[in-house]
Structures are given as structure tokens and as C-alpha cells.
Design a protein around this ligand. Structure first.
Ligand code: NCD
Length: 309
């Protein structure tokens, strides 16, 4: 694999391979010195045109734990503000010697454009509403470890709830979960569903709760809503938020997931730290191992993972 821009670029076998590799990386991360020389001499550049806390820091940490050098490009203090184009920006950074670009951009498809301007690997850290494949990978990894599964999700029932329309996380998750064999149902007001989806949908959250293995809540992406798609956030919470009563209706083994950042009191109307099934912080932790796996797969050359610094 040279690039990782969508779940389909990896396919079911690629996902399984990356999840197995993430197991090795998680083991590295549990060591007193969580660092291996695998990517020494390689340079990774984070290019984030949209705000991010966890994804950017997670890639930065992943690169450092593999001993790669990491450059962080901050758009707010760059020549983009002087009108420099995306292409010139990428070609300028590439000229400094970069092995991988980790790119987040508000427009769908940018990671495919970037590939035309550089020989470096391109990792999609979120493009518009389109895709966020490493988030999907860390979600698969979290489900696999928390529910003690293999890379087959056959028979697993996953409900994805909320603002599917604007969610690149949902698009990549639907693809990854179904590729691994899970049954995915989307739960959302009709105004927050994309026009075409190839999995079942419902508007009744209470109807699905008792029968799910994973309840995946999405963030209400108010910054992407140009019109009013729900009558009010309060009404949204009443019908689609995770309230204490709804949490109590879930099967005991069910996982509660959220990609972050959470809107407390909106989609998450209960304190997740009080829910035994909530694995939201594990998702963040697992993000590092999974991104180490991706960077190693793209940039590693069969180097030894075991050797300590
Ligand atoms: C998401 C994103 O930016 O796509 N966050 C993340 O990467 N964990 C989801 C969101 O912002 O709703």
C-alpha cells in the first residue's frame, strides 16, 4: 500500500492486516519506553487545513513512537494566508523531503489531488464530508478488542446515530464495518441522512436500543449546517440523544462510541464516564496504535519492530 485515503483502498484484507499490526503497536505502547526505531530517517508532515485536536496529535505521537521526524504545518500561520495555492503549498513542503503527507481538508477529494503533486505517501485525515479512514480503522480496532472479536464482525449489530449527512466518520465507518461483516443501521432524522445509503435506516432510536452490540453516536456538526435541519437541539436530544433511560435500555455488553469532540447535553445527554460500556477514551488511545500501523505499513521497509531505542 502506498496511500491510505479511503477504506476501499485497503479492502477487507487490508483492514485485517492493519488491525493485526495495530496489536503489535499497542504492545509497543505498553512498554516503559514506548518507542521503536522502525521509521528512523523518515519524515511525516501533518497538513491540517481544518481544526483538530485528537487526529493531529495522534498522528504526531504515532510518528514519534516509530522514530520518524514530524513536521507540523499550521495553516493559520502559513503562506496560505498570502494566497498560496494548495498545490504550491504541497510542492513547497515536498521539496524539503517528506515521505508522507497526513492531510485534513474541508474539501472532499483533496488527498487524491495531492497525490498528483508529490511522490510521497498520502494519508487522509479527513476530507470534507467524504472520508476519515483512520478513524474507521481505530473504531474497528476498538470494537475488536473491547468485544474480543477477530477481524470478522459477522453477526455484530451496529447502530450509527445522528448527523450522518455531514459525517465523514460515518461514511468510512459504514464502509469498514460492513466490509468486516457487521449489520449497520443508521438512526437519524431524515434531514440528517444522505440522499442515498445502502444500509437500513430508521428514525426510531428506542426501537433499536435493546438489540445493538455497538451504539455509535455522531457529533452534531453545526458548523456544517447551513440551514436548520432539526427543529431545535433540545428536540434532537429528546429523540436521538443518549439519555440515562436510553443507556439503561442497552444490552449489558453493548459498547457506546463517539469519535469526539462530544457535544455534552446534545447527542451525549449522559455522563459517559458513568457508563461501563463507553469506550470513548479507548478510541483515542487506540488511535495511536492504529496510526502507527498505517505509517509503518506505508513507510516501513520490513524493519524490526521489536528492537528498543
Ligand atoms: C471527527 C472529524 O473531524 O471528522 N473528529 C475526529 O477526527 N475524531 C468527527 C467530528 O468532527 O465530528
Amino acid at each position: 500500500m502506498k496511500h491510505f485515503r479511503s477504506i476501499d483502498e485497503a479492502g477487507a484484507d487490508g483492514i485485517a492486516k492493519l488491525l493485526d499490526l495495530a496489536d503489535h503497536m499497542a504492545e509497543v505502547n505498553r512498554r516503559p519506553n514506548p518507542k521503536v526505531p522502525a521509521l528512523r530517517g523518515r519524515t511525516v508532515c501533518n497538513v491540517f487545513f481544518e481544526d483538530s485536536t485528537r487526529t493531529r496529535l495522534s498522528f504526531e505521537t504515532a510518528a514519534k513512537r516509530l522514530s520518524a521526524d514530524i513536521m507540523n504545518f499550521a495553516v493559520s500561520s502559513s503562506s496560505v494566508n498570502k494566497g498560496e495555492s494548495l498545490r504550491d503549498t504541497i510542492e513547497t513542503i515536498a521539496a524539503m523531503g517528506v515521505d508522507a503527507f497526513v492531510i485534513r481538508h474541508g474539501s472532499s477529494g483533496v488527498p487524491w489531488q495531492v497525490e498528483q503533486w508529490t511522490n510521497a505517501s498520502v494519508v487522509n485525515a479527513g476530507d470534507g464530508w467524504h472520508a476519515h479512514p483512520t478513524q474507521a480503522l481505530l473504531d474497528c480496532y476498538t470494537i475488536r478488542t473491547a468485544l474480543n472479536r477477530t477481524s470478522s464482525f459477522d453477526g455484530l449489530k451496529i447502530a450509527i446515530v445522528g448527523d450522518v449527512k455531514h459525517s465523514r466518520v460515518a461514511r468510512s465507518d459504514i464502509r469498514a464495518f460492513t466490509l468486516l461483516g457487521a449489520d449497520v443501521t443508521l438512526v437519524a432524522p431524515r434531514t440528517l441522512l444522505p440522499p442515498a445509503v445502502d444500509v437500513p435506516t430508521t428514525t426510531d432510536l428506542d426501537d433499536v436500543l435493546a438489540d445493538v452490540d455497538v451504539l455509535y453516536l455522531l457529533r452534531m456538526q453545526q458548523e456544517r449546517m447551513t440551514e436548520s435541519l432539526v427543529p431545535s437541539l433540545r428536540e434532537y436530544t429528546t429523540r436521538f440523544g443518549l439519555t440515562p433511560a436510553r443507556a439503561a435500555a442497552l444490552p449489558e455488553h453493548a459498547l457506546i462510541m463517539h469519535p469526539g469532540p462530544m457535544n455534552r447535553g446534545v447527542e451525549m445527554a449522559v455522563d459517559p464516564s458513568e457508563l461501563p460500556g463507553a469506550v470513548i477514551t479507548q478510541q483515542v488511545t487506540n488511535g495511536i496504535a492504529v496510526r502507527m500501523a498505517v505509517l509503518f505499513e506505508l513507510l516501513g521497509s520490513g524493519t524490526d519492530l521489536e528492537e528498543n531505542e
